[in-house]
Ligand binder design. Structure first.
Ligand SMILES: [Fe+2]
Ligand SMILES: [Fe+2]
Length: 277
């Protein structure tokens, strides 16, 4: 399996970057795009990298936030065939952040989604593309979720309700008996997502976890515990992160996981399997 980071916060010379994430996951059977970034920039990068977005057969929207859904318009202009898998809650949810003390919208383009609703597969339970590929909604969340979620809300009428990430889904792929999890923002928390994906895919060997962790600098997340739980539960797991994982969290995870910790940048390719011995 091969993963290409089409856009991320971290800049690579010659390519566009932005606060957003878009990854192309190429499995033995499918070309799956996970999220679309904040704007059309991921698709400018795809062209520069020689990647044909027309070949994508499935788009997964990991959750509704605009830094993951903002490129949807451009995707729909380029690709006429891919089905789009997203949470049933996504099209009708208004997303907000009050980080910085003022509410600002993080909502996707609802009209665009409505106009293309025939392309969508909207799910409220785990969805299996085949025996090896699942789209998993983490529902058992006994471990702490990121503190940064407390700046996030959804609105119902005039009421602002804390964001529970009930629209969040993770792509799980099992190849050669080993699980890879792609979870772009991980609002449910890495440990919760990993646990739910292992159970749903009936595989406890995680080869790689790829995505942002929403562990932002200056928050009180117990990142030391996250690293030690990873080492305890998933001793073979490589962690590839960037996007919403802060520098402080990266330093702690690096110290805990050593050579199984990696920070990715825009344009990078990750070969899952090449590091498995
Ligand atoms: Fe998010
Ligand atoms: Fe994000």
């Amino acid at each position: 399996m091969h993963i290409t980071i089409l856009i991320d916060n971290r800049h690579t010379s010659g390519l566009e970057s932005e606060h957003g994430l878009c990854l192309l996951v190429e499995t033995k059977t499918h070309k799956i795009l996970v999220d679309t970034g904040l704007s059309e920039k991921a698709f400018i990068n795809a062209e520069k990298l020689g990647i044909n977005i027309n070949d994508v057969d499935i788009l997964i929207l990991s959750h509704g936030h605009i830094d993951h859904t903002g490129g949807l318009k451009r995707f729909l202009e380029i690709n006429q065939k891919a089905k789009i898998i997203a949470s049933l809650y996504l099209p009708n949810t208004n997303y907000w952040s009050n980080r910085g003390g003022k509410f600002h919208s993080l909502s996707p383009d609802a009209e665009l989604i409505r106009n293309n609703i025939n392309r969508f597969i909207l799910i409220k339970d785990n969805y299996f593309i085949n025996n090896e590929i699942g789209v998993i909604l983490p529902k058992n969340t006994n471990n702490p979720k990121p503190y940064g979620n407390r700046y996030l809300f959804v609105s119902e009428g005039d009421a602002m309700i804390p964001y529970t990430a009930n629209d969040e889904l993770a792509l799980s792929v099992v190849e050669d008996g080993r699980l890879t999890i792609i979870s772009p923002c991980s609002h449910q928390g890495l440990l919760n997502i990993a646990d739910n994906c292992c159970n749903a895919m009936n595989c406890s060997y995680i080869a790689a976890f790829v995505g942002g962790l929403h562990l932002l600098d200056g928050e009180s997340d117990d990142v030391v515990n996250i690293a030690s739980q990873i080492n305890h539960l998933y001793p073979q797991m490589h962690l590839y992160t960037s996007h919403c994982t802060g520098r402080d969290a990266c330093t702690i995870l690096q110290a805990g996981l050593n050579d199984r910790f990696h920070v990715f940048t825009t344009g990078e390719g990750i070969n899952i399997g090449s590091f498995i011995h």
